[in-house]
Ligand binder design. Structure first.
Ligand SMILES: [Zn+2]
Length: 221
């Protein structure tokens, strides 16, 4: 993870919390706050093993349903929370230029095949008097990733949350990912990468600023 900006000082005396803003961003996959039903996943995995012609009672598979249940609970942990909570703590700062955090790795789960897609996220924003701790952007990406997802929606969710919760003047989010549903099955094209981007606010309106951000994101050193 590489950061191209000054890190806000932890000891800022102007630190304040925006508190729970009424979100206008509509999350179609609303976190339900339920506990994951591990036993139910175990039963289902056992069923799958039987259905493909395996013996779920043989030694090697005995603990597999339990293990898979715990894995799903971890992969979908993002459904338990509002991902935007990571943007609640902000620091008052006069800085109004571009802040960019590049190469935030993530692993998500394609909702069409329940196969992982992995890659990197780049988040740029132009603050409006308040900045957020840089590590919070990585937490935001992690939490948005940990649910049944499609890359397009994931990109938009991050951009919308940045715009709304931080009241950012401009936001640009770029995701690059390899989808195992494309690399290991179906068309089987290892090495293929999918890039998505979402741009909000002044970065959407002003092509010069947008080009500057995209240059910073695409710069490879
Ligand atoms: Zn897929």
């Amino acid at each position: 993870m590489e950061a191209t900006a000054s890190i806000p000082h932890r000891d800022s005396t102007h630190e304040k919390s925006t508190g729970p803003l009424p979100p206008t961003f509509v999350d179609k996959n609303q976190p339900r706050g339920d506990r994951v039903d591990l036993k139910r996943i175990e039963k289902a995995v056992r069923e799958i093993l039987v259905a493909v012609g395996e013996d779920p009672d043989r030694d090697g598979l005995l603990e597999t349903p339990e293990r898979v249940a715990r894995m799903y609970a971890e992969m979908f942990a993002g459904l338990q929370h509002d991902a935007g909570r990571h943007l609640a703590k902000v620091f008052q700062e006069d800085y109004d230029e571009i802040v960019l955090v590049r190469d935030i790795t993530f692993c998500s789960m394609c909702e069409h095949h329940l196969l992982p897609f992995t890659g990197t996220a780049h988040i740029a924003y132009m603050p409006n008097g308040q900045v957020v701790g840089l590590s919070k952007l990585a937490r935001l990406v992690d939490e948005v990733a940990r649910r049944p997802q499609v890359q397009e929606r994931m990109t938009q969710m991050i951009a919308d949350l940045m715009e709304e919760r931080l009241n950012a003047r401009g936001v640009a989010v770029v995701l690059e990912a390899s989808h195992s549903c494309m690399t290991i099955r179906g068309i089987r094209k290892p090495g293929s990468l999918c890039t998505t981007s979402a741009v909000r606010g002044v970065l959407r309106q002003d092509s010069k600023s947008r080009a500057e951000v995209m240059n910073l994101i695409n710069r490879r050193n």
